[in-house]
Structures are given as structure tokens and as C-alpha cells.
Write a protein that binds this ligand. Sequence first.
Ligand code: F6R
Length: 588
Amino acid sequence: MCGIFGYNGAKGAPFKVKEGLKRLEDRGYDSWGVAALKNNRIDIYKRVGSIGEVNKIPLDEDSSIAIGHTRWATHGGVENKNAHPHLSSDGSFALAHNGIVENFQELKQDLQSKGYEFSTETDTEVIVKLVEEHSNKNIDFTEAVRKAFKDLKGRNTIILLDATKSRIYAVRNGSPLVVGIKDDEIFIASDTLSFSNETNQIIEVENNQMVEVNRGIKKLEVSNGDEVDYKIKKMNLEESRIDKEGHPHFMIKEIIEQKHTIRNATLYSYEELFPLINSIRQAEHVYTVGSGTAYFAASQIAYILRRESQLNVTEIKAYEISSYRDLFKKNDVIIAVSQSGETADTIEALEVAKQKDMTVASIVNMIGSTIGKMSDHLFLARSGPEICVAATKSFTAQVAWGYLVAYSLTNRFNRFQDKVDKLTTEIEKLFESGIVQDIGQLTKTLVKEEHFFVLGKGKNYNIALEGALKVKETSYKHFEGFASGELKHGVIALIEKGVPVFLIVSEDENKEDMLSTASEVKSRGAYTIGIARNNNDLFDYFIKMPNLKQLDPLINIIPFQILSYKLAVALELNPDKPRNLAKSVTVK
Ligand code: F6R
């Protein structure tokens, strides 16, 4: 996690870095820092908390070269001293880091035995001392950085500001890094979105490559220091719509955007889908993989492929890949689901799949991502930037794309288009019908409760799990999702008088079972909330949903997203930035 940003260009570098960091906050926001160079001296300013609302930082705006960092703590508490950038002992360079130095204890002990003293608990300080150690060997600074980086284990990306040569260095392995070019200005950052308001000309930096930036750019291989050519690419970046467009929070804006994002994700022609369809048809087994919300989307896609295409499909939690490793076979297909395309757990799962010569497909929202580059078949979710840390529109986009694939596999591509048209119309109507206000009313009844349950079955099971995760993330309430069938096998022990239980009831083969479940929890005193086509005496509160048959899950998630938003607002929490979370989880 963490976001890094560097700028070399005109005066006003601290301002540029501050603005870039604000656009990187989805990677972590527990503390931040900026280091600026002026008259061969580096000044650093760091603060605990989010940089979001900061207008001015007390650094010399005459500086034309600066780096910065927004942090998600892994090693060392959330304190000023642990915030990045970290300054070298002689003040000659500052360093910020995204990743985890897996061998930091070993390196630290070694450096301590050589007399180095540490003043923070971060693994990052180990990199600073390592660069110092290599620099002491009378080698060029570029070489010192390269050699220090080679000593690190794990997925790490670093950025350094060097006062001696007035340069920025950045080195990548695992965690993302990209360079932006605009006339005489150079941006170096964790993602393109952070500078997409400035330029769409980029240079990609691959794993184990480093860049040295002054007025120009040099790209080097970390392994041997050889210079490598680079190309400037023009990215098709939608001009970063990173504004709330009149909404109080990104979360509600992004929930409402589902009126069109679901459709966008399915705007692929049959010809574009065909290579994937072909690979799936040739595969003995298909797997879907993701983490968190993206795992629930992956799980729903697996469900749809089983139900709609009668395929042998298994969903895998990315961080639980190990037991599947020996089952993977050449030409099996793995479909990775990810908003950011940078999730370390998902990337590691794909690395395993690639070792086994599997075909990798992915549905990713961010352009130019690591997962995208690893994929044989990449599909973009085209939801636009998702700024709220809790995923909403990316989830429905990914699931909708899964439906498109399932229907296309069974020669029902055109039929799906009609269905998605109907879905889009019904989502419009749902918002027009006042669902946001309706859930707002319900929130007033529920806000004091601490424990909630949601039950679903069949196609609505993953919706129960994702709905519960959403509410947990933004309201910090205990909200559990279960398969309704699970109830009598243990969960029912948790049901007591007044506990709110949501029941997702579709007009399908599971309706009767769901209503029996409603009856069972109600007779134990639960306060039942039906998310259903038709009201029923068993519901204490009723949220009317349309009947979209197989596509119900895509709309049934929306009440939970709104509830999650409304509860956060009622509790005076910021739904866009829940505590302890980061949007891009680039560490394991
Ligand atoms: C929850 C959420 C996370 C992500 C997970 C994977 O709202 O956003 O659970 O889904 O960290 O992230 P991506 O989709 O970027 O791979």
C-alpha cells in the first residue's frame, strides 16, 4: 500500500507533490510527508492524518524538485517519526517506500552490528541505512541505490531525492511505479491517476527497473545497471473525474453511477470476447480469483458460469491459493477480478497460475495495471475512477461482465444485451423511486443496533456476503452475511429479540426456503427486513425490488451499499475513508 509521488520541473514542487498525494490517498491515509530540495538542502514536512484537506505546507515553493508519500502503516505506529520520507543521517537524501522489506530484521541486525543507529520502527529506515552503507564504499550514488535495492526481499518500490546531484531516483519491484512527462515537467508516482490532470504521456517502469530523473530520464536494469530504452506512451486516461460532482461523498456518487457503469462493463462485442470464450472452451477447469469484494465478485462470476454455462468453475480467495497449486493444469483458465489491478495477494495467485502455464484472463478497472499486464485476455471494467475506499460500482461492473461471458459461452450474447438494457432501466427507476431516502428512514431505526445479519441463497448468497462486508467497512458495525441454509446448523443461536435480519428473496426456486428462514428468525424475535419483489407478513420492513430474474443480484446489492453509506453518515464517519483501510492493497 502507500502512495509515492515525485516531481521535477518548475518552481512549486511541494504544491505539485501535495496535489499528487491527495490523488493517491486511496493507497493509505494514516500519515503523509513531503521532502523538497532547495539550495542543496532537503526540508521535510510530515504529519499524522490525511493530506486530504491540507491547503498549504510550510515548504519553500521556490523548490522545483520534491518527493512525497501517503502512508498505510505496516511497520511502526502511526506517528510523525514513522511517516515518510525518511532523511539520511547526513541529510543528503530522503527516501519514501511502498511495500514490505521481508528481510528487514536480518538487514537491520547486520547494519546495527556495523554501528548504524535506528530512530524509527519502520522497515523503510533499513533501506535508508543500506543506501548509506553502499554509498560509503565510494561508489556512484546510482550504484549505491541499485545495490541497496538488490539486498531487499519482497515487493518494494522506493523513491529517493538526492541533494548532491539534485536528482530523483525510483526503483520498482512489485509495487507499482509510473513516470509522467509534460514538456519540461516529470512526475513519478504509484499510478497514472495521480497525475492524469497534468499529462497523459507516460513511461512504464517494469519490475526490477529503476529511473534516474533530473531534467531528463534514464532507465536502468536493477540486475546489472545497464541502461534500457524506453518509449513514451499516450494513455487513454479519462480526465480524472476526481470530483464529487455535487454529491457530499464519493461513495454515494459512485453508488448512483451504477445507472451506467454496469452497462459500460458489458460493452464488449462478441469478437472481442471470442478469444476468451475459446480459451474457456478448451480448458479442463476454470478458476476465478480475487480478494475482499473482488473475491465476492469472483465467486459470483463462478456461480454464474456454473449455473448459466454449466462449466466446471471454482472460486479461489487469492490469499488461499496454496491448496489449488497442484490442481492447476496447462491451459486451465484463471479469471482474476480486481478493481485496482495491483492487489498483491491476487498478483501472487496469478504468478502461481502462470508458473503452471495457465491462461490468465482478468476484469480490472484501472488502466495500465500489473494484473492487466500479466493477463492473456484483459477486459477493463470501465467504471471510471472509484475513489471511495469501499468498492461499489466496480463490484457490479465485474459481476455484469461475468454474466456477459456466461451468456456468450452459451450463444446468448444478444439475449444478454436485452437483459442488461432492462437492468439499466430498472436501476434508474429504483433511484427515482426514492430508494436512497427509503434506506435513510430505515437507517434511523437501525443506527443504534450493533449486530446485524443478512441471509441469501443461490444467486443471492454472495450478495449477502458482499452486503455485510460493505456495512462493516464504513460503519464498523458487526454485520454478518450467511447462506440461509446455514441458519439451522448453528447461526440461529445468534438470533435474539430485536436483532435486524435482512433477507434477500428473489422470485426463484429458493423463494420458499428464504420465506421459511424468515419465519424461523421472526419467531425468535428478529426484526426482519425483506429485500424482495413482493411484501410478505413475515417482513417487518420491506424494500421493494424489481424482478430481473438471473440478473437480480446486480440490483439486490444496491440497498446494502446505500445502507452502508447512510449508516456511516448517521454515525458521523467519513464513508469514503474508513479507518485502517486502503483501496490498493499492494502488500501481503
Ligand atoms: C472492499 C474492497 C476490498 C477490495 C480488495 C481487492 O470494499 O474494496 O475488499 O475489493 O482489497 O482490491 P482490488 O479489487 O483492487 O483487487
